[in-house]
Design a protein around this ligand. Structure first.
Ligand SMILES: [Zn+2]
Ligand SMILES: [Zn+2]
Length: 258
């Protein structure tokens, strides 16, 4: 089986055919689904999906792009829900920084504040972190180390293939691998893959985004993690069965689900 550790099932692009999306995935061997928290406006919907399906779980958190929502989010209301398995996705994303240098610095400080607050909540509630990092490896790593994220660990979702983040494997972190692995221009990720300890590899769609080959350009969906698993098996020269078993074991261990 495969665990899709990062799938935005609460996205409007799944609204019309959610049940068939889930069933296609299940028939293809994808048996657990984790909805990361990102945009608070769809969190209630994410919870309702998890409540309606025994194989769907959710996380509570605020994406760096939606950081304004953090201060009004009633974390405690969600974090103790029996299907809440993690905090996030939270992190730093410098990809879209705009304005003057001062404005950029202010934006970075605010992202850091919201990220640190979520690391602290994760430690308080003993839940792993789903971490989103884009163009911000050094600062993200520094905050994770400084605020003892090791106590709970987590996943560097959509791992950006930065060598400098590999040492977080020793700090309780896993590496979320998705459709990017199948892209023609994914040389960096392909090269770094073998350096990730196998007991720290997990699979994700990040759907509806980052659709793997041969479906690029279409909406991504959990069934397509099967293409990611196949590519991983090919690159690591391991039987597909082993890849599925190992990544599933890893995901269940990290998120404390069975
Ligand atoms: Zn993300
Ligand atoms: Zn995401």
């Amino acid at each position: 089986m495969i665990v899709d550790t990062h799938i935005h099932l609460d996205d409007k692009r799944y609204k019309d055919d959610l049940e068939s999306v889930l069933n296609r995935a299940r028939e293809g061997g994808v048996k657990r689904f984790i909805i990361p928290g990102a945009d608070v406006s769809t969190l209630e919907y994410a919870v309702s999906i998890a409540e309606a399906h025994s194989d769907v779980f959710f996380a509570v958190g605020v994406h760096p792009y939606d950081k304004e929502q953090f201060d009004t989010l009633d974390f405690e209301k969600y974090v103790n829900h029996k299907k809440c398995v993690a905090i996030g996705e939270c992190g730093l994303d410098y990809f879209r920084l705009e304005g003057s240098d001062e404005e950029k610095e202010a934006e970075k400080r605010e992202q850091a504040r919201v990220f640190v607050a979520q690391i602290q909540l994760a430690r308080k509630h003993k839940k792993p972190l789903i971490v989103h990092i884009r163009d911000a490896s050094r600062d993200s790593k520094a905050l994770l180390l400084e605020h003892s994220a090791k106590d709970v660990g987590g996943v560097l979702h959509c791992f950006n293939a930065d060598d400098e983040l590999l040492s977080l494997a020793d700090e309780g972190f896993y590496f979320g691998i998705g459709g990017v692995l199948t892209f023609k221009n994914a040389k960096k990720l392909v090269n770094v893959l073998a350096k990730i300890p196998q007991e720290k590899l997990i699979i994700e769609t990040d759907g509806p985004y980052l659709t793997p080959t041969p479906h690029r350009g279409e909406r991504n969906e959990p069934f397509y993690t099967t293409f990611v698993a196949k590519k991983m098996a090919e690159l690591l020269e391991l039987p597909l069965k082993n890849i599925k078993e190992t990544t599933t074991k890893n995901a269940l261990r990290l998120f404390h689900i069975s």
